[in-house]
Write a protein that binds this ligand. Structure first.
Ligand code: SF4
Length: 434
């Protein structure tokens, strides 16, 4: 809902001043989230000439296989090099073994142009210097294959931080440019990315590049004239790496719902001098469609309360969407990390009232959710079942990352993801009452 202002398309902060400067509850304790290896599931679909080689244990291999479902395609773009403890009789042997595995893989798969060595938790793996291995292998296999490394370890990363670590590892090796280009950062499903590119093209904004690119050959260069905008709110390290390259961050609310998408596009339009008339002409029809779809899907959301456990870092922009566009009330909005430059524009718009929390002490947070008994709790898989058993309706946070939810055409689906568990719960109650 655009609160309507003299300046077109700039959402007005709520009269209570928003949540940017409210005190944040910071807790550190036991956390309940997947590790950063999970990101490989969506990254390998996006980057069509990449391969993700997890250097890990059987646990890592099982996680990947179950998260990806049964692997039905013949040539998957990820795999696990399993290190047994005996491999580490000498670390030099582990390096030799890794080199041999990589050489075998690349000989068999000439379609691979970029290879990511992904670190994990087991202590045997931590002892291997994967950045040295990546440098060495890059030299051996250059120029056909670029080898990079990052950590997806559960000790260091939550599930969306895997993508952040992956993209941040790419930034230093992107070539230098002076060109004024827009760089959209964050993996989006191809169909959603195409919708976004078409809106920007219709506004006359260009050239537009994406990180990650679908193929290494279409990758952008970076420099002090690069204007970048994030499409995902969990890219803190990538944001920092791009700023180190001199690129300029366009701060904006995230493109969820009508208001978020419009504000996100407007921030780009302002930076690239798009006229108000052009902006209106390009966005009017998809905005109207988005509003209609949200109104239908949000029928069951109005007046309901929502509680976010920290999981994906999507929590703050989603709370903004649910409160301002779907009529919900937020009780607590937890995020693993809050980054002012990234989450500030959404916090500005989020009506005051919810407890904003960063990090987690899961037992204390469970006490709070039980006391609040919200209509809907957004949380990880591990917490959802016990909370459902206690009579709370839950939404799995991970689904929000796997489902296309960005921009106008997905706005109704996004609202639908939240209304479905509430509808299900009310139907169960009806049946129980009959
Ligand atoms: S938490 Fe660690 S050991 Fe477990 S799957 Fe993730 S990286 Fe592998």
């Amino acid at each position: 809902m655009n609160a309507g202002s003299g300046r077109m398309n700039v959402p007005m902060p709520p009269v209570d001043g928003g949540c940017r400067s409210v005190p944040v509850l910071k807790q550190r304790g036991q956390r309940e989230v997947f590790c950063g290896l999970t990101g490989i599931i969506w990254l390998h679909r996006k980057m069509q000439d990449a391969f993700f080689l997890v250097v890990g244990s059987r646990t890592c291999a099982h996680l990947l296989q179950s998260a990806a479902g049964v692997m039905i395609f013949a040539e998957p773009r990820f795999g696990t090099a399993i290190l047994e403890e005996t491999d580490l009789a000498g670390l030099a042997d582990a390096h030799v073994e890794l080199d041999r595995e990589v050489a075998r893989l690349l000989a068999r798969r000439p379609d691979i142009r970029q290879l990511f060595l992904v670190g994990s938790c087991p202590s045997e793996v931590i002892k291997i210097d994967l950045s040295r291995a990546a440098e060495r292998l890059s030299q051996v296999h250059a120029p056909h294959v670029r080898v990079l490394n990052y950590s997806g370890s559960g000790i260091e990363t939550t599930f969306t931080e895997g993508e952040d670590a992956c993209l941040a590892s790419m930034v230093p090796v992107l070539p230098e440019t002076d060109a004024r280009e827009l760089l959209v950062v964050g993996a989006l499903p191809d169909v959603v990315e195409d919708q976004m590119l078409s809106l920007l093209a219709d506004m006359g904004v260009g050239p537009v590049r994406c990180l990650p690119a679908r193929r290494i050959d279409s990758e952008t260069a970076v420099g002090t004239n690069t204007q970048f905008i994030l499409a995902q709110p969990f890219l803190g390290d990538t944001h920092a790496a791009l700023e180190r390259r001199g690129a300029h961050h366009i701060a904006a609310p995230f493109p969820f719902g009508d208001e978020g998408t419009t504000a996100w596009l407007q921030a780009i339009a302002t930076e690239f001098g798009v006229s108000a008339e052009t902006f209106e002409a390009v966005t009017a029809a998809p905005r109207a469609r988005a509003r209609k779809a949200i109104a239908q899907a949000a029928e069951h959301l109005g007046g309901k309360s929502v509680f976010f456990f920290p999981d994906s870092q999507l929590e703050i922009p989603l709370a903004r969407f649910l409160t301002r566009e779907c009529g919900m009330t937020a009780v607590e909005v937890g995020s693993p990390y809050i980054h002012d430059a990234i989450h500030g524009p959404d916090l500005d718009l989020l009506p005051a009232g919810p407890q904003i929390s960063e990090g987690q002490d899961v037992e204390l947070q469970l006490d709070r959710v039980r006391a609040a008994r919200p209509d809907l709790t957004v949380c990880g898989l591990g917490l959802a079942n016990p909370l459902e058993a206690e009579g709370l309706a839950t939404k799995w946070a991970i689904e929000l990352v796997f489902t296309p939810v960005h921009f106008y055409e997905q706005a109704g689906d996004l609202a639908g993801l939240f209304s479905r568990p509430l509808r299900r719960k009310s139907m169960l109650h009806l049946e129980a009452a009959e």
